[in-house]
Design a protein. Structure first.
Length: 206
């Protein structure tokens, strides 16, 4: 297969991943994995019973990458690398996904309050049908969150499209006492790992 120029496909709707790719100068096109609004996505983000958080996040990223590559082929799109990613928050070995409503968001944040949790982001790059992958592991410690702060935060739009019910780049930054690992990974796309996977398939990041 002949690769078209330096542009890639991003198999994600996340505005944060778009922002991070632009930060390192990567040109991309959004690859929508569903054909029409309202239809279920082709990749389920529901964990299997007792699934380990690392196994889960790697699996979902791989499934998104596989679905993205098949989408390129089935739609006869120009051949370019496909980048996929998935981020999850884990505490006590449990997976915290995106909250469905304010009650679920408050419950998650109460769980994180005053404690350290893990943020895992898995990425894949598929080129010529061959997939490479990487995993970013980070730790975040929240200060104790009082009830008024929890409810004020959950009254914003910020918690509801993010694993663990918070965004490191938004209002929730004021809750964080300490973090280690990859800031961009916590945000949704670890740039160190992403750049290296893209460079391996001939995509420049400078």
């Amino acid at each position: 297969m002949i690769q078209s120029e330096q542009k890639i496909y991003l198999a994600s709707k996340s505005p944060r991943r778009r922002e991070l790719l632009r930060q390192i100068g990567v040109e991309f096109e959004i690859l929508m994995l569903r054909e029409a609004p309202g239809r279920p996505g082709v990749v389920s983000e529901i964990p299997y019973p007792d699934e380990d958080p690392e196994v889960y996040v790697r699996r979902v990223a791989r499934e998104k990458g596989e679905a993205g590559w098949q989408t390129v082929l089935s739609r006869k799109l120009p051949i370019r690398p496909v980048l996929s990613a998935d981020t999850t928050v884990s505490i006590d070995g449990k997976i915290l996904g995106k909250p469905a409503d304010a009650n679920e968001a408050i419950k998650m944040l109460r769980w994180l309050s005053g404690r350290t949790h893990q943020v895992l982001t898995a990425i894949t790059v598929t080129a010529d049908g061959k997939m490479s992958e990487a995993l970013s592991r980070s730790e975040v410690r929240f200060a104790h969150l009082d009830e008024a702060s929890l409810r004020a935060y959950c009254a914003t739009k910020e918690p509801y499209d993010k694993a663990g019910a918070y965004g490191v780049q938004g209002f929730a930054a004021q809750f964080i006492e300490f973090m280690s690992g990859s800031y961009s990974g916590i945000k949704g796309l670890p740039l160190f790992e992403t750049a290296r996977l893209l460079q391996r398939v001939g995509v420049s990041t400078l």
